[in-house]
Design a binder for this molecule. Structure first.
Ligand code: C5P
Length: 221
């Protein structure tokens, strides 16, 4: 089984994907990690974010183990790391270079401990449109910018990171503008769209399970 969950930053995709992966025994690929890895290479190597050639080079050189190594760096999910990821993600050749690695995972999905899984769940912006256009189940989750900024702000505080709500909101809006200027970030035609602004994590999970069960029934017919 292949499931994709797309939507804007901090809409709750990661939390939902993790819970669904556990329920259905699926391996999980957070595709934002590939862009965060390239963005972090740029920051660590003191490259200007407008240096497109450097970003393309890091994207072409990126391996799965290197991405996992970079993900341990505290800057990986920081405000600066998020901005760098969004900037490099807007370079078409960077996206092209990172596509194969994302698609390969669905052919051979593995759990975090390296053991094989019988399917995968992806989250990102274009997983239902570009990375896995043939996925059986596609979800598109969204929420208002204010709700998403509050969630991200709370995450930073929980991790002990320095954060300012107004700055997080500004960045959320800026990333939306950048990320959704691409047609591929818009919901796939066969995606089920739902707004999580007024829902708890448990309610979002229950709704997603209902959508998946209904879709499975349709596919079995
Ligand atoms: O999902 P996350 O916030 O970790 O993604 C970081 C950035 O990577 C996004 O702001 C977006 O620019 C980019 N991204 C993308 N396509 C994906 C996943 C993430 O362009 N499938």
């Amino acid at each position: 089984m292949l499931i994709t969950i797309d939507g804007p930053a901090a809409a709750g995709k990661g939390t939902l994907a993790g819970k669904l992966a556990a329920k259905y025994g699926l391996a999980y690929f957070d595709t934002g990690m590939v862009y965060r890895a390239v963005g972090l290479e740029m920051l660590l190597n003191k490259k200007n974010l407008s240096d497109t050639d450097a970003a393309i080079r890091y994207a072409r050189e990126l391996t799965f183990p290197r991405m996992m190594e970079l993900s341990q760096n505290p800057e990986f999910r920081s405000l600066a790391g998020s901005k760098a990821a969004s900037v490099v993600a807007s370079i078409p050749d960077v996206r092209k270079a990172l596509l194969q690695m994302q698609q390969d995972f669905s052919k051979n999905p593995i759990f975090a401990d390296g053991s094989p899984a019988c399917g995968a769940i992806y989250d990102g912006r274009d997983t239902g449109t570009v990375v896995c256009p043939l996925a059986e189940i596609k979800l598109f989750v969204t929420a208002s910018p204010e709700v998403r900024a509050k969630r991200r702000y709370n995450e930073y505080l929980q991790k002990g990171l320095d954060a300012d709500y107004t700055e997080v909101l500004e960045q959320t809006v800026a990333r939306d503008k950048n990320d959704f200027s691409r047609e591929s970030s818009h919901p796939a035609k066969d995606a089920v769209i739902f707004d999580t602004s007024d829902l708890s994590i448990e309610e979002v999970f229950a709704k997603a399970c209902e959508i998946i069960e209904n879709r499975k029934k349709t596919l079995e017919k």
